[in-house]
Ligand binder design. Sequence first.
Ligand SMILES: O=P(O)(O)OC[C@H]1O[C@H](OP(=O)(O)OP(=O)(O)O)[C@H](O)[C@@H]1O
Ligand code: HPA
Length: 190
Amino acid sequence: MLEKLKTSLINSPVIKRGEYNYFIHPISDGVPSIDPHMVEEIAEYILQITDIKKVDTILTIEAMGIPVANALSLKTGIPLTIVRKRPYFLEGEVELSQSTGYSKGALYINGLKRGDRVIIVDDVISTGGTLIALVKALKTMGVEILDVISVIGRGTGYLQLNEVGVEPKILVTIDVSEKGVEIKNVFGNE
Ligand SMILES: O=P(O)(O)OC[C@H]1O[C@H](OP(=O)(O)OP(=O)(O)O)[C@H](O)[C@@H]1O
Ligand code: HPA
C-alpha cells in the first residue's frame, strides 16, 4: 500500500529552513522529478477513501497540491479549482492569510460559490496553518467540504482542523528530524 510514496519518503533529504526541519520530496516540492507512477498510486488510493461522485470540484492549493489534485481531476472528469497565491481582483474573490512553519503569505479563492461541494487535496499538512485558514474561509463562503485529504502529514497541526469539525485523511504520517524522515502511520492502518 502506497509503497512508492513510503520508500521515497524514507529517502528524503532534510534541510533547515530557520528552525524548521524541512524534508524535500517530489510530491511536496517537485524536486527531484515526480514519478508519474507514484502520483497514480496516490490518486488511486484517494479514490478508494473518498466518495468522489458527490464532488463538484477538487480544490487544491498552489503549488504542490496541484500534481495529485490534477491526477484526480483527469481520472474522474471532475473540475479542478486552485487556490492561488496571487490576486485576480475578480468579483467574489476571497483573500485569506496563510502561515506555515517557514513562511507567511496570502491566498486567494476564486471560482467557488455557496453550496458547492468540494474535497480539499493538498500535499502536506504540518502546522495546519494553511488548511485551517482555508477551511474557515470556505465555511464562511458556504462551501460544503466533503473531505480534506493530505498526502503527507507531519506533527500535530492536523488537530487544529478537528477544532473546526474536520478530520483530515492523511495518507502517510511521518516524523521529520535532522536525522531524516521516519514513517509513523498509513491511513487505514490505524
Ligand atoms: O500545515 P502547514 O504548516 O500550513 O504547511 C503545509 C503547506 O505548506 C506547503 O505549501 P507552501 O506554502 O510551502 O507552498 P508550495 O506548495 O508552493 O511548496 C504545502 O503545500 C501546504 O500547503
Ligand atoms: O517539510 C516540508 N517539506 C515540504 N513541504 C512542506 N510543507 C510543509 N512542511 C513541508
